[in-house]
Ligand binder design. Sequence first.
Ligand SMILES: [Cu+2]
Length: 143
Amino acid sequence: MKILLTISTVVCMLILSSNSFGEVLKIKFTEDDSYSIEIARINVGDTIEWLPENEGHNVEFFAGPKMHPLPKTSEIDAVHTITFGTPGVYLYGCTPHANMGMLGLVVVGNNFDNIEKIKETQLSRVASSVLKRLVRMAQPGSN
Ligand SMILES: [Cu+2]
């Protein structure tokens, strides 16, 4: 996962070396009903682009450092692009599959100030255990 993230970051840097407005991280919807990068670590001002490489998925935000407004929900099977200007942890999932654990975290600026709020997000049992795992992976040594 880390290697993948590093590779995709390097690839993005190569592609976007002329872009002075931050990097773009690409996350795919996989055939396993998951996101290709479950924990995205980006800097303030970076952009994430979600690519609908498999059908039936989208991106809906459940929590973030600013709860109002949260980044907007995407259409099913649509490319979704969000630039993150506020540091903190964001939790998102696929509207039809979040309850099955199709979730992702975005950590902006290595800022975990709102992690307790993220942990309190009301989810299904399966999704809650996925969230616990993601939080542990995002912030080793915590709990
Ligand atoms: Cu889905």
